[in-house]
Write a new protein. Sequence first.
Length: 229
Amino acid sequence: MICLMDGRLIIVELYDKVNLLTPDGKLLKQLPIPGKAFSVTQINQNTIAITYHIKKAIKIFNMENETVTKVITLDKGCWGLSSSDDSLVVGLNTNEIRIIDLKGNTLKSIQVECESNLLHLVYCNDRVIYSDYYGKAVYCVDGSGQQIWQYKQDLSAPMGLCTDTYGNIIVADYKSHRIIVISKDGMESKVLLSDGLKFPRCICLNHCESSGFICDGSDKNLTKFNFLI
C-alpha cells in the first residue's frame, strides 16, 4: 500500500488486483495490470512499479495511459519494493537487497541477514530500512550493507514500514496491534497508535495532510488516522 504524490492510494491485494483509491479511501478503479502482484512503489508523478514474486519480475506501469511500459526480470523472487532518484530497491528472498535502475541494471547488491523474506523495506537518504517479521526487528543498512542500527525493543512481528518527513520510521507491529515510531537514528521510539487496532499489516502516510492509512490483517479494513510526531 502506498500514498501517491497527489494523495490517492494504491492498494495491492495479495497476489491479486491493484486498486486505485481516492485520498479518503474510496475505490476509484482497478488498474489494468495482469499478474499476481505483491508490492508497489511510486517512481514519479505518472509512474509506479510493482513486484511479482512468483514471476521474479518487476513491472513499470504508466498511470496516465494505463500501460505496462517495461517488465524487468530478475533471478530471485521479488518481494518488498521502494524507489528513489529513478532507482528501484527490491528485497530478494531473505538475503539480498538489490538496487537497480529503471532498465533493470544492477547498481548495488546489498547482502543482509533476515529470518523472513524481505517483504517490507524503504529507501531513504541512501539508507535501506527493512523489517524482519520472524526476527522481531527493524534494521537500517547503508549502501555497502553495513548495519547502521537495529531496533528490537518491544517488537513482536514488524511488517509494513514508511517514513515521515523527518526520517522517523513508522512500523506496523502485527502481533502487538500497535503502530510504533522509531527515530531515524534507531535510538528512540514511542507508540503512535494502539487503541482499536487489530493485526496492522501495512501503513502509508500522506505527507501533505499529516495523515495516513493502515490496512489490517484481514486485508479488508482500511483505517485513516492523523499523526503528530
